[in-house]
Design a protein around this ligand. Structure first.
Ligand SMILES: Cc1cc2nc3c(=O)[nH]c(=O)nc-3n(C[C@H](O)[C@H](O)[C@H](O)COP(=O)(O)OP(=O)(O)OC[C@H]3O[C@@H](n4cnc5c(N)ncnc54)[C@H](O)[C@@H]3O)c2cc1C
Length: 522
């Protein structure tokens, strides 16, 4: 997967009519691209920033049916998500895990409620079940969650869900799309939709954010998969159209894993504001979240609010004996949910179902909104199903449900190299050929020069932040360490990319502005 090659391909084929042009390189857009390619359609996918820069790299990292949605009676959504959870675990074993969760039980009513609820959850998963849920006594709960609050504890209910690396999953899907013949390009901002004489959308214009090229794409169907930015594209289609998205922010705090201990995840089904709170082990750290705060504007780099930080800290402190403090936060990151804006002023967004929706405008622009990471593939399939209606052409049945993703292996490496799947052996041979590339980028973290060069050559990383945030994930795991790695990494990037000292200075300035937002000041 190479950016220069994708760009060259698009520059040289401005007369080609693609079957589908997808705007947005998050989970929704890549779900569409993957499904369309599995049916033999030609696909181009563009993102204005790096792939997964938006919400898709800022999730809780769960592949789940959603115990919460079950409690709300949204059986259809849970069934669909459980099936998709199973499929993704089967298609990308190098990026997914079967993660046991424990709900601590403090009242006998809760024991009954969660034991029965999770049995139903198990039963609904059918052949995709990841493990049987069960009640464990107080002693075992403390053994498995060493830092859990013990006063009043009666035991715990264990259940299983999936866990994954969201941004690295996007990279693997992008590579799969590239291998299936799709053309994927990051840093390509769609600036305009084009229409034919009948007012039907027949393509788009985009601006290459790195080289400032303006390029035209012709397509039979254009899909708007821009998450919280969907209204901007809808405005290009129909200026003045009613706002359809209400962004809702969710934040996560990252701590050392020792604040929970063990290998299990903690699930608090009802916090003081009625939400679910997770504390999940991830790449050796503990990710704790999340919140649900309505915000006015869709931003690519949303920032956690003080009240959100305090809420997550206080809730974690209420359930843990080793109480995490502000100074223990290794990183804070925020993401935006694209909730449907209520039609009437003052109506609540929480009441609106979180299932996805495909909308076809009068000019045949197809928009996919809502949904969740876990169901990205099904969201893609449901969107591509509109291809015949929009174009009048027939197409083959979808095969994406069984599409193995790039790097697929049942035996990934141990440790941090596991995310590369079958690519890990190639990174190791790079080190064999260039022993100097075994050098680590930070003394406290295992990441090597070889991996950085691999990301530039094969994973379409362009900027320092692409490397730190969405490839190594260190910006979300330990933001201070990411900042410390910056100068060395930028120098290696410049050598590999043929850039000069001015580029290094600019890149570092831009990166530091962003990484500082992930570091909590005292
Ligand atoms: C806090 C939080 C936690 C979550 N946790 C989970 C979880 O654990 N499990 C789960 O299943 N789901 C979870 N979700 C939901 C899930 O993350 C989202 O449903 C999903 O990531 C949305 O993906 P998307 O592709 O629609 O949007 P995004 O990932 O935001 O992608 C939209 C893309 O469009 C691009 N774009 C915008 N405008 C343009 C333009 N003009 N030209 C080109 N590109 C453009 C942006 O750069 C962006 O990359 C969570 C959501 C939040 C907010």
């Amino acid at each position: 997967m190479n950016r220069s090659l994708s760009l060259k391909r698009l520059k040289e084929s401005q007369d080609k009519i693609w079957d589908i042009a997808v705007i947005g390189g998050g989970a929704s857009g890549f779900g569409v691209a993957l499904d369309a390619l599995s049916r033999g359609l030609s696909v181009v996918l563009l993102d204005k920033s790096d792939f997964a820069k938006g919400t898709s790299s800022r999730s809780t990292k769960l592949l789940h049916g959603g115990v919460r949605y079950l409690a709300q009676g949204d059986v259809g959504l849970v069934l669909e998500a459980l099936k998709e959870r199973g499929r993704l675990l089967a298609n990308a074993p190098h990026l997914t895990y079967n993660q046991p969760f424990i709900i601590p039980i403090y009242t006998w009513f809760d024991k009954l409620q969660y034991s029965v609820g999770l049995k139903i959850y198990d039963w609904m998963a059918g052949k995709w079940r990841l493990g049987k849920s069960k009640f464990i006594n107080k002693k075992e709960t403390i053994n498995r969650l060493p830092q859990i609050k013990q006063s009043g504890l009666k035991g715990g209910v264990v259940y299983h869900d999936g866990q994954f690396d969201d941004a690295r999953m996007i990279i693997a899907i992008a590579q799969t799309c590239d291998e299936l013949g799709g053309c994927v390009l990051n840093y390509a901002k769609v600036s305009e939709l084009t229409k034919d004489e009948n007012g039907k959308v027949n393509g788009l214009m985009f601006v290459d954010q790195i080289g400032d090229n303006h390029i035209k794409i012709k397509a039979k169907m254009v899909v708007n998969a821009t998450g919280v930015f969907a209204d901007k594209i809808l405005q290009m289609d129909q200026p003045g159209v009613r706002k359809s998205i209400q962004p809702s922010q969710g934040i996560h705090l990252v701590f050392d894993q020792s604040f929970l201990g063990g290998n299990d995840a903690l699930m608090i089904p009802k916090t003081s504001d009625g939400r679910v709170l997770f504390a999940v082990p991830w790449h050796g750290k503990l990710v704790v979240g999340t919140t649900d705060t309505l915000v006015d504007k869709a931003k690519l780099e949303p920032e956690a609010l003080e009240k959100e930080i305090n809420f997550v800290l206080e809730t974690a402190q209420a359930y843990l004996t080793k109480k995490p403090l502000r100074s223990d936060v290794l990183s804070v990151f925020a993401g935006l949910r694209p909730l449907a804006a209520p039609k009437e002023k003052g109506a609540k967004t929480k009441e609106i179902s979180r299932s996805h929706k495909v909308i076809v405008s009068d000019s045949k622009l197809v928009t996919i909104t809502g949904g969740k990471w876990t169901t990205f593939r099904k969201m893609g399939e449901d969107t591509v199903d509109y291809f015949s209606e929009v174009t009048g052409e027939s197409m083959k049945a979808s095969k994406s449900a069984n599409q193995k993703l790039h790097g697929y292996t049942k035996n990934p490496e141990e440790g941090h190299m596991s995310v590369y799947g079958s690519d890990a052996s190639q990174i190791k041979s790079m080190i064999k050929d260039h022993p100097k590339w075994a050098e680590k980028l930070h003394s406290n973290h295992p990441f090597t020069v070889a991996e950085l060069i691999w990301m530039l050559r094969n994973e379409m990383a362009v900027k320092l932040e692409d490397i730190m945030s969405r490839r190594f994930r260190i910006m979300l795991l330990d933001a201070k360490a990411a900042k410390e790695m910056g100068p060395k990494a930028a120098k290696i990037m410049a050598e590999e990319m043929g850039q000069d000292d001015a580029w290094i200075a600019d890149e570092l300035e831009e990166f530091e502005k962003t990484v500082n937002k992930y570091i909590i000041t005292q």
